[in-house]
Write a protein that binds this ligand. Structure first.
Ligand SMILES: *Cc1c(COP(=O)(O)O)cnc(C)c1O
Length: 394
């Protein structure tokens, strides 16, 4: 298996591959097997005693899953990694394996909805405290660290508000206080941003989004420092959130096109954001690589592209958001993002409909906020559909 980080990242994304079988196949086959065999009792004993690196059982490891993990590790510049059934199981495992009762998690307030649920509803049930900080006020973070703070968690850019934080600055704070910095890198992917190079200790991913890129399978990964990944592996090996070999096979093939896709998604998203900036129906357009983005300078410093998500605020609030969705002809109305097909969503009337206006404002969601996941269609068609729907959203 070509495991070494011997080539450029684009080449690693294509060429890291499970060792060829005797059939001499070119493309990695599917290893749909729950367990693995041994030639004799001694080999089996040695494997269970961790004296070999042979596979045992697909909850622990599998050739397809290893291929996917090895690509993620190479692209993020990590020491080790573990792949999980979904992005949420990756985030959850990173908390469960490294936090214990009495510990404190310091998290950004603008985080994915299910992560928010885990942090606020489940961690306290197990005696793990949390506090939220405002990503727009990084100066407030250090004072929130307590003697029992074990981890800082952040998503940058955040979903859905595209808030951005300086990862180097966060890493300096974390290292000064001997705290783990855990970064959800779902929106940028390792193509556009590598948090470990900026000093983070762990990176979590929902591979369901840009890594798959075609809205087919769920998956997740945690990569980072070897000692931390070892704890996560031990937790996952026993608790069972393993990635399916089939999903790993799909995701590893997807990664062969990740670089070219992210380049196109970013290019089209920037074109779209620029074209919408002066639209009379909008009070705000947000994209990391627009100079009007509040953290534009940080985005330019730590990201090589803005990614595929563009947000804007409709002047007409919630009612306009509903009209806008109904008027779209090309863009899909669906909960996913990071697909080859462009997607529109209106958090205030869907994912965040149960919250009050004040609660929504707290997590950066305003009544007329629309999130566009810019796909791989011709950007002229994407823009034309959005513009005609805006005309009808008044
Ligand atoms: C979707 C998402 C997740 C959760 O991933 P799943 O694969 O849906 O479990 C976590 N973080 C971010 C930023 C996401 O967008």
């Amino acid at each position: 298996m070509q495991k070494e980080n011997q080539y450029q990242p684009e080449t690693n994304a294509v060429r890291i591959q499970t060792a060829r079988t005797d059939e001499m196949e070119h493309s990695t086959p599917l290893f749909l097997t729950s367990s693995f065999c041994y030639d004799n009792a001694e080999e089996m004993r040695a494997t269970f005693a961790d004296e070999t690196d042979f596979n045992i059982y697909s909850r622990f490891s599998n050739p397809n899953v290893d291929e996917f993990v090895n690509k993620m590790v190479a692209l993020e510049g990590a020491e080790a990694g573990y792949a999980t059934a979904s992005g949420m199981s990756a985030v959850f495992a990173s908390f469960m394996a490294l936090l214990k009762a009495g510990d404190h998690l310091l998290s950004a307030r603008s985080i994915f909805g299910s992560t928010h649920t885990v942090v606020t509803k489940f961690l306290p049930k197990w005696g793990i405290e949390y506090s939220y900080f405002d990503m727009n006020d990084p100066g407030s973070i250090e004072a929130m660290i307590k003697p029992n703070t074990k981890m800082i968690f952040v998503e940058t850019p955040s979903n859905p508000g595209l808030e951005i934080i300086d990862l180097k600055l966060l890493a300096d704070i974390a290292n000064k206080h001997n705290i783990i910095l855990n970064v959800d890198n779902c929106f940028a992917t390792p193509v556009l941003q590598r948090p470990l190079e900026l000093g983070a200790h762990l990176v979590t991913h929902s591979a369901t989004k840009w890594i798959d890129g075609q809205g087919r399978v769920l998956g997740g990964a945690v990569v980072g420092r070897k000692d931390l990944i070892k704890e996560i592996y031990i937790f996952c090996r026993s608790s069972g959130p393993a990635m399916s070999p089939f999903n790993a096979w799909v995701l590893s093939k997807s990664m062969e096109t990740l670089f070219v896709r992210m380049e196109r998604h970013s290019q089209s998203a920037l074109t779209l954001a620029q074209a919408l900036e002066n639209n009379p129906h909008l009070s705000m357009v947000r994209y990391p690589m627009l100079p009007s983005h509040p953290q534009y300078e940080i985005a330019k410093k730590q990201m090589s592209g803005g990614g595929g998500i563009v947000c804007f605020e409709l002047k007409g609030g919630i009612a306009s958001g509903v009209k806008f969705l109904n008027a779209l002809k090309l863009l899909s109305l669906t909960a996913n993002l990071g697909d080859s097909r462009s997607i529109a969503s209106h958090p205030a009337s869907t994912t965040h409909a149960k919250l009050t206006d004040a609660e929504r404002a707290n997590v950066g969601i305003t009544p007329g906020l629309i999130r566009i996941s810019v796909g791989l269609e011709n950007v002229k068609d994407i823009l034309a559909d959005i513009e005609q729907a805006l005309e009808q959203s008044k």
